[in-house]
Design a protein around this ligand. Structure first.
Ligand SMILES: [Zn+2]
Length: 415
């Protein structure tokens, strides 16, 4: 928090004092970017000083975060992030690549990337004295907020569409949140949660609305660069290309912010090309990218990848900016390709939910289209665990055979 300098509106560019704003730009409702005092950070910190940290969570990057150390040692709040960056030589070889890593963010406390955002939002809520936190969610953001709020002993209210997968709803309930299923889609739950926050004075975590979600999500970019580097290096390594799934567009925005922070600090020498991957059944940002448009037209989403099933992406403009400014691209893949990607990742012992496997499906398309070169270092971010959506996994995996309990029956099926 010491280096949290100001907000800057992503639409009009106006700079706001941190105390002046709760959520979005008062001029135009634009999403706000958090600006840090980069020269002050540089003065007392370096890649080497951070790598010397013993903290194995997002809190190792405390000087680059807009909140203070939350304390709460040995709680799940301190178990977020620092997920494995797994080198996949086998899948790289099959794709004709030399260097491919999979960032397994299903390993977070509530089994998705969203813990990064929710941890920071919960700490911010405590700092501003919020009594209750609320979010609309397709499932993962809600589970993450419910889990982090439980760790911080803060009441949470979650509004989710009534068709959210059962495992995600179970998580919300187990973490003790007040769970309200909305007989409508995510977009309707989103609008309702904004009204509720205003009406009841709750602190709203909503993606593409609360600036602090990006500040949590950017830690994945920090980790990717640090994990690709030698311990104690004076500068960190940056990959050439990063692939990530896109729903609201807030994770890709977070990754972009993380790489920009490191670049502004001079801690990496380039920002990677960022590729955002959507399902063809929920491709609002991709449509805008392909049309060269600066506005995002809502779609009627229909995809089995529930975590990225969004009609109107709430952070779509910054998602477009992330891919355009880095010379990346938006790519849409069929749900069938997403299911195949779940099965492919399983061979590396990574169990991904559909939205989690979407980045890898997009990488396959990018390779076929010549968007990446074989010698480049490539990272695909796997954003959520397959345990979140077992029915989808069964579609990818097929059914197991059932036999009578004798050797003869076993021989018949194994030989
Ligand atoms: Zn503005």
């Amino acid at each position: 928090m010491a280096f949290f300098e100001s907000y800057q509106c992503s639409l009009c560019g106006h700079v706001w004092e941190p105390e002046a704003i709760a959520y979005v730009c008062p001029h135009d409702d634009g999403n706000l970017d958090v600006r840090l005092d980069y020269s002050a950070i540089q003065a007392g910190n370096s890649p080497a000083s951070i790598s010397a940290e013993i903290e194995t969570s997002i809190w190792r990057y405390l000087p680059l975060l807009p909140v203070d150390d939350p304390g709460r040692e040995s709680t799940q709040l301190r178990a977020v992030g620092w997920t494995p960056l797994i080198r996949s030589s086998r899948l790289a070889q099959e794709l004709g690549l030399e260097a491919l890593w999979l960032k397994d963010d299903g390993r977070n406390p509530t089994a998705s990337f969203k813990d990064r955002a929710s941890a920071i939002v919960v700490v911010r809520a405590e700092e501003i004295g919020a009594g209750t936190v609320v979010t609309a969610s397709t499932g993962n953001a809600g589970a993450a907020l419910a889990g982090m709020a439980a760790a911080a002993e803060l009441p949470a209210v979650i509004l989710a569409p009534s068709n959210a997968p059962q495992a995600k709803v179970a998580q919300l309930l187990i973490y003790g949140a007040r769970v309200i299923l909305v007989d409508g889609n995510y977009d309707q739950a989103f609008d309702l949660s904004l009204q509720a926050a205003e009406e009841f004075g709750w602190y709203c975590r909503n993606t593409g609305y609360n600036a602090f979600t990006v500040e949590g999500k950017k830690t994945a970019a920090f980790e990717i660069c640090e994990q690709l580097s030698e311990p104690g290096a004076e500068r960190w390594e940056s990959p050439e290309a990063v692939f990530v799934s896109v729903g609201d567009g807030n994770i890709i925005t977070g990754l972009h912010k993380g790489f920009k922070d490191l670049h502004e600090l001079g801690w990496i020498d380039h920002i990677p090309r960022i590729y955002g991957i959507q399902s063809t059944g929920s491709a609002a940002v991709t449509n805008a990218f392909l049309a060269g448009a600066d506005e995002i037209e809502p779609v009627r989403s229909n995809t089995l990848a529930d975590s990225i099933s969004v009609d109107l992406p709430r952070d779509g403009l910054r998602a477009l900016r992330a891919v355009r400014e880095t010379n990346g691209a938006m790519i849409a893949v069929e749900d069938q390709k997403i299911l195949q990607a779940i099965a492919t990742l399983g061979r590396e012992a990574i169990f991904a939910e559909p939205a989690g496997a979407t980045a890898f499906a997009g990488l396959e398309v990018a390779v076929e289209s010549g968007l990446v070169e074989s010698g480049e270092r490539i990272v695909a971010v796997i954003t959520g665990s397959g345990l979140k959506d077992v029915p989808a996994a069964m579609k990818a995996a097929g059914e197991a055979v059932v036999i009578q309990p004798n050797l003869e029956a076993l021989r018949e099926v194994v030989t």
